[in-house]
Ligand binder design. Sequence first.
Ligand SMILES: [Zn+2]
Ligand SMILES: [Zn+2]
Length: 292
Amino acid sequence: MKHDHNSHPEKNIGFAFFLKISFTLIELIGGYLTNSIAVISNALHDLEDSLSLGVAWFLEKIAKKESTPHFSYGYKRLSLLAALINAIILLIGSIFILSEAIPRLWSPEQSNAEGMIFVSIIGMIVNAIAINKVSKGSTQNEKIISWHLLGDLLSWVAVFIASIIMIFSTITILDPLLSIFITLYIFWGVGKNFKSTTMLFLQAAPESLDIKTVEGFFKEDKLVKDVHNTHLWSLDGESHVLSSHIVVSCEIPQNQVKTLKKRLKNKLLENNIKYSTLEMEFDDEPCKKFHS
Ligand SMILES: [Zn+2]
Ligand SMILES: [Zn+2]
């Protein structure tokens, strides 16, 4: 494989984070000075990006730490806590912006269109620099980030076009309209994240896999007579945890039980279940199971 000096995911993420967070501050000031709620909406979106980049960058350093006697799964769930806090900040931010933008539809306020043009040009430049930096990377994550940044660039193109129209006309409603559109888009995305994060906290089975499916994998094996007490949840949406009771005949030899366990564990690993505990039970022993 070709060695590429530019493909350093953490460094690129760190660079994008500092670029975004400084630009978020510029936008907030710019939005306030130009009295443009559309610019403030873009600032909220860039705050969203900054928070998630900051968390990704921070976790890159911290979350890889191995387990400790106190945190036996390591620090993987820190990302969940961060996602939940981010979602709450952004939901509050979206509601605040909507409560400012919607009344402006009826009583429009004058925004400084020339100032908006200036801020949107900086917005386009900043995102172009970030795209140029990140698109040099080759990881899947960096590709996703490039596409995302392209969307951000387009939202500045929209502000740019709207402010040019506002210079030549009296359509002041364009600013709150654009703002509502951008904010609803943020709200929708954050709402989805908020839901999936909450599900992870509540230890729901992963979206892509449920208990019936996993028990089905076990039952496909001829040696498995019954499966019960299966619990399946996800640490962070990527690494899943499972425990289950597997019933086998008390007459099969020990080495067959061992190979059965190995087969089942491999099947689980293929499905991202990285932490599994299988209790091998013989059909002549009683189990105090909770019927489910
Ligand atoms: Zn963005
Ligand atoms: Zn049992």
